[in-house]
Ligand binder design. Structure first.
Ligand code: ZN
Length: 433
């Protein structure tokens, strides 16, 4: 047979090794050992990992790469970040947002990150961010899937025009309903915002993704209302709770009631390990809480947990590199998730799990799926999380759209090897003697 592209000798995230992947017409047509054919292009994976693309299920593309505009966040705190965003918002122009977002998408593609769910602030009456990102969604669609959430950053009830603007944004084509119940003026307003937002989603047949309980206050329990409204309105599987950091600080007895309710309502849980660990716990002396939701416990109950990056070089977070493996790496550490199975589960939380939240069609490494995948300079999923390796090839619909050279250092030390390749340091289990 003839294929457009054939990848030889790949390892897959499910631990299969020595696999060939054949591509034709933008689709994967075969995934098996020993495929031979006359093809357009052959990529020799050489025993390295091929994965379906990375997905960032929680991001703020309207703010990304704005670090330094109008000034740097000197203190590195959330407070100065919020102040900075307030200074930046009136200065935003459509063209500037588009330019930064496109530049970010270039970086994302180079990192094998081919689908992003971005919240977009709807509290600016001009809706500059919404207009800009709708255009970006269209401009990048051939190489990156961008999904937008209408996000009333200053509060759905608390900001005077937020409710109206959120509907305007949905009418313009934003596809997910956002919210921020813990930021409303009272617990009751927070609860009512969850109810109202879920009703909007139910009426319009949309998904929901709320910034929910992003606080250290253990009494912030809007996730409970979110689970309740999800059940009441039949939104199971279409609702995500982002951040849920208050869960870190909740009483264990209450958590033992809450987690099964989340599972029952089929709520997707979206921690943002990088942002959560630096933004939470700021009012603590010692011990300092780190604000991560209870990831291993949620996973053990079968809840779909997917990680987001949240920010990359914006007023709130001056780090970030569009590298979802950096996010998984942090999650492994914050969650004490160092068992081999747990590391693999964290790899899934930046690949298959967010694909379910996003509702991505044709995602995966099976015949019939879109020919979208990434060849990494690492042997397997665990090594990928450890090394955050170079993305040797990024393939979209069967076409290589980004290539990076392997990481190789040249050594000049007498008696030692001439080169060092980090991926060759993967552990080998000694055979029992
Ligand atoms: Zn966020």
């Amino acid at each position: 047979m003839t294929f457009d592209l054939l990848v030889k000798n790949a390892n897959l995230p499910d631990d299969r090794t020595g696999i060939d992947i054949a591509v034709s017409g933008g689709k994967i047509v075969a995934v098996e050992v020993g495929i031979t054919s006359e093809v357009g292009r052959i990529i020799d994976a050489g025993g390295r990992l091929v994965t379906a693309p990375f997905i960032d299920i929680h991001f703020h593309m309207d703010a990304t790469l704005s670090l330094g505009t109008p000034r740097l966040n000197r203190s590195g705190t959330l407070l100065e970040g919020i102040q900075l965003w307030g200074e930046l918002k009136p200065l935003l122009t459509r063209d500037a947002v588009i330019e930064r977002a496109l530049r970010y998408c270039d970086l994302a593609v180079a990192q094998g990150l081919l689908a992003v769910r971005s919240h977009v602030d709807v509290c600016d009456d001009r809706l500059v961010g919404v207009e800009a990102l709708l255009e970006v969604r269209d401009l990048v669609k051939d190489y990156l899937d961008l999904q937008l959430v209408a996000f009333p950053q200053d509060g759905f009830f608390r900001a005077p025009t937020a409710a109206k603007n959120l509907i305007r944004a949905l009418d313009m084509g934003v596809e997910v309903v956002g919210g921020i119940p813990h930021f409303e003026r009272t617990m009751e307003d927070g609860r009512l915002s969850v109810k109202a937002l879920c009703e909007i989603a139910a009426e319009r047949g949309l998904m929901v993704d709320l910034h929910c309980d992003e606080t250290d206050d253990p009494m912030s329990r809007h996730i409970e209302s979110l689970a309740y409204e999800t059940q009441r309105l039949g939104l199971q599987g279409r609702v995500a709770g982002s951040h849920l950091t208050s869960m870190h600080s909740m009483d264990n007895y209450y958590a033992s009631k809450l987690l099964p309710l989340i599972a029952e309502a089929q709520i997707h849980c979206v921690p943002n390990p990088l942002a959560n660990i630096v933004l939470q716990g700021r009012h603590d002396t010692y011990p300092k809480r780190r604000g991560m939701m209870r990831v291993p416990e949620l996973m053990a109950l079968g809840v779909n947990v997917a990680f987001g990056q949240d920010s990359c070089m914006d007023p709130w977070y001056s780090f970030g590199s569009a590298d979802m493996l950096e996010v998984a790496h942090m999650a492994v550490h914050t969650g004490h998730m160092t068992s081999r199975d747990a590391v693999k589960a964290n790899f899934k939380a930046i690949t298959e799990n967010p694909a379910k939240v996003f509702g991505l069609d044709g995602y995966g490494l099976a015949p019939g799926c879109n020919a979208d995948f990434v060849l990494l300079d690492a042997r397997d999923a665990i090594e990928a999380v450890r090394l955050k390796p170079n993305r040797l090839a990024v393939v979209r619909r069967g076409k290589v759209i980004s290539e990076t050279a392997p990481r190789t250092a040249t050594l000049s030390i007498e008696g030692r090897p001439a080169t060092v390749e980090p991926w060759r340091y993967a552990p080998v289990e000694a055979a029992a003697s």
